[in-house]
Design a protein around this ligand. Structure first.
Ligand code: 5GP
Length: 205
């Protein structure tokens, strides 16, 4: 039986570049799997259904909540977002490392359900840079922009609940640091007990 994969949670305020970092991580390590969330948010220009998100109606989302189909879900900036449980559990059982790019409310639920997960918080290089990134992205309405800026400061405070913080000063190097975290986590003794026992037996034979 293969070892279960790592459940990796990546959070950070809107505009820290989580999406770009995830893309870069998958390019650098094609064995990583990204969990595709369901959301009731309308698609942005260029977003593809089933790739960036599965875009669903509120009724469908609520039905999925009732059926306990989500590993976690949260309401973020007036829209629902949730992680499909079955898809993630199947990948983990197959030994795949799965990344969840989710908000801190959802991450806290995962922390309780999966204490063995790896929780990484992505920080912007500075407050001014974050404001610039959110404002210049040009994908948000005025109202959504105000909400995201107000939430960002609160969200940064959530970083202390995570296992690691990574400053996204430059995409390639921040991604490399995350890959190093994943590599180190895979080498932790608690994840390699089977290997230790097996070797101890082999030495005895
Ligand atoms: P956006 O609308 O910018 O794509 O995402 C808004 C926020 O929702 C981001 O902080 C993103 O990480 C979070 N998010 C995306 N998918 C999920 C999910 O499945 N669950 C939770 N809790 N948050 C999510």
């Amino acid at each position: 039986m293969s070892r279960p994969g790592l459940l990796i949670v990546l959070s950070g305020p809107s505009g820290t570049g989580k999406g770009t970092i995830c893309k870069c991580l998958l390019e650098k390590n094609p064995e990583l799997e990204l969990s595709v969330s369901k959301t009731t948010r309308p698609p942005r220009k260029g977003e593809e259904d089933g790739v960036n998100y599965c875009f669903v109606a509120v009724e469908e989302f609520k039905e999925a909540i009732a059926n306990q189909d989500f590993l976690e879900y949260a309401c973020v900036y007036d829209h629902y977002y949730g992680t499909p449980r079955q898809a993630v559990e199947k990948k983990l059982a197959a030994g795949k490392n799965v990344i969840l790019e989710i908000d801190p409310q959802g991450a806290q639920k995962v922390m309780r359900a999966y204490p063995d997960g790896v929780f990484i918080f992505l920080l912007p290089p500075s407050g001014a840079e974050l404001r610039k990134r959110i404002t210049c992205r040009g994908t948000e309405s005025e109202e959504s922009l105000t909400k995201r800026l107000a939430a960002a400061s609160q969200e940064v405070m959530q970083a202390s609940k995570y296992n690691y913080v990574v400053v996204n000063d430059e995409i390639a190097s921040a991604s490399e640091r995350i890959l190093s975290i994943i590599q180190a986590e895979q080498l932790r003794v608690k994840r390699n007990q089977d290997l230790i026992w097996q070797l101890a037996e082999e030495v005895k034979e």
